[in-house]
Design a protein around this ligand. Structure first.
Ligand SMILES: Nc1ncnc2c1ncn2[C@@H]1O[C@H](COP(=O)(O)OP(=O)(O)O)[C@@H](O)[C@H]1O
Ligand SMILES: [Mg+2]
Length: 423
């Protein structure tokens, strides 16, 4: 392993992306040395269904990123999402250790014990714990403590968020990576990685909803007080929009995808007489090409994207219930589907809030900045979340292929309760 590098790999349903991060020797910060994206293969709805096809696509993308960065890759860190992810909140309590009896000061060991206790939930044999993220500590009944070390107390409680994944899914990822002859540094929940590249700390404190608009799935992460409180996935995404265009227009999926990306809009009201251009639908089997107005195309797209957002809204209600009222940050749209024209307007309408924005990775330096787009949120997030691997601080994790957790930091807390009117 060449020192000073961390490589993010996003194995998506439609695309595979790689970002190679390295430590900038001048600043000591992470910068992006190179990126690549290639068409994906062997995946359905975010899950690997053909290891060999996926492996080939992964290898091809890493090769391209190596060339782009002028370096070689030995290990990667990857992300998973989709329907195979589940999460739950758990709680543990321990007495503060008797070793600290004279001072009753909480030590690091006490924190480790309470986290272990909160983590000790039984998960089914076919699942494994991917992340255990501390949300909050409670000392002698007083909650809202983010770092209890050195506090005085006798009873320490921890609230944690536990994310689990189906073992077979992780096993398939491991097989793909090892067959490609790379080392797997770790596997991270995709939306959690994205928070690192597209969410601000204050938004996560105030409570936000991150929506990753992928091709086969739409994945959602709920954040409050700087930590995740829920995650879920809806098995529909941009592919369905493409499919609608293909069926209505009587054209191939490939042609429909191209038209969607070049002329698609999901907010009909934004199209004026002047911008209502003609969109050419290619002829099939000798049939002459047809013309559709951009506004007609937008009607098809808007109906489907609106349905996807509505499904998210219904699932939010089911998953988090009344906690939704505590969220007062933003709805952050990311992933390839968030590049659709009009997506903010439509989300504002469906979720009844103006607090919607695009999640785009910010500049990290490096020569080219082609990663500043929503569909690069995952790989850039993976690099940022695991930059300690590049600085060599976390080398011990390399061999384990275990998830990498990130400690949260405390941000400010101002309440505007904008989500109150959501439902
Ligand atoms: N410019 C664009 N406008 C609208 N949709 C887009 C655009 N670019 C990509 N998409 C859509 O985004 C989805 C892919 O997003 P991505 O995050 O790459 O998905 P995945 O990770 O599931 O492969 C596809 O449905 C694709 O059609
Ligand atoms: Mg994606």
């Amino acid at each position: 392993m060449a020192d000073g590098k961390v490589v993010g790999l996003d194995i998506g349903t439609s695309m595979i992306r790689v970002a190679i991060g390295e430590i900038d020797p001048d600043t000591g910060n992470i910068r992006i040395a190179g990126t690549a994206s290639r068409k994906s293969a062997g995946l359905r709805n975010g899950v690997i269904v053909n290891i060999e096809d996926a492996k080939n696509a992964i290898k091809e993308t890493i090769d391209a990123a190596e060339q782009n960065a002028g370096t070689t890759v030995e290990s990667v860190i990857t992300a998973i999402g989709g329907s195979q992810i589940e999460s739950q909140n758990s709680r543990g309590t321990v007495p503060v250790s008797s070793a600290n009896k004279s001072t009753k000061e909480i030590s690091r060991a006490d924190v480790e014990r309470v986290i272990e206790c909160a983590t000790a939930i039984k998960v089914p044999d076919d699942r494994e714990k991917l992340h255990v993220i501390p949300q909050n500590y409670i000392v002698d009944g007083i909650g809202g403590i983010q770092d209890p070390i050195h506090r005085m107390g006798t009873r320490l409680e921890a609230e944690v968020h536990i994310v689990t994944a189906a073992k077979t899914i992780i096993q398939n990822i491991r097989s793909c990576i090892s067959r490609s002859d790379y080392i797997l540094d770790g596997v991270m929940l995709k939306t959690l990685a994205q928070t690192q590249s597209v969410c601000h700390q204050d938004e996560m404190e105030l409570g936000s909803i991150l929506i990753d608009m992928g091709a086969g799935t739409t994945d959602v992460l709920l954040l409050l007080k700087g930590a995740p409180i829920g995650t879920f996935s809806i098995p529909v995404g941009g592919n369905l929009v493409t499919n609608d265009i293909s069926v209505v227009g009587g054209i191939s999926t490939a042609a429909a995808e191209k038209i969607k990306i070049e002329n698609g809009c999901c907010w009909v009201d934004s199209i004026t007489k002047d911008t209502d251009l003609d969109v050419i639908l290619p002829g099939v089997g000798g049939r002459a090409p047809e013309i559709m107005k951009k506004s007609q195309l937008a009607q098809i797209i808007q109906a489907r994207v609106e349905q996807i957002f509505t499904l998210v809204k219904v699932a939010l209600k089911k998953n988090v219930g009344d906690s939704i009222k505590e969220l007062s940050g933003n709805i952050i749209l990311t992933g390839g589907g968030a590049m659709m024209e009009g997506v903010i307007d439509l989300a504002q309408k469906v979720f009844h809030t103006t607090s919607v924005r695009l999640g785009v990775p910010e500049s990290l330096g490096g020569i080219e900045e082609d990663y500043k787009r929503p569909d690069f949120a995952t790989v850039i997030g993976l690099v940022l979340a695991n930059k300690s691997l590049a600085s060599g601080k976390d080398r011990s994790r390399r061999t384990k292929g275990r998830p990498v957790h990130k400690e949260k930091q405390k941000g400010e807390s101002v309440l505007k309760k904008i989500f109150k009117s959501l439902f």
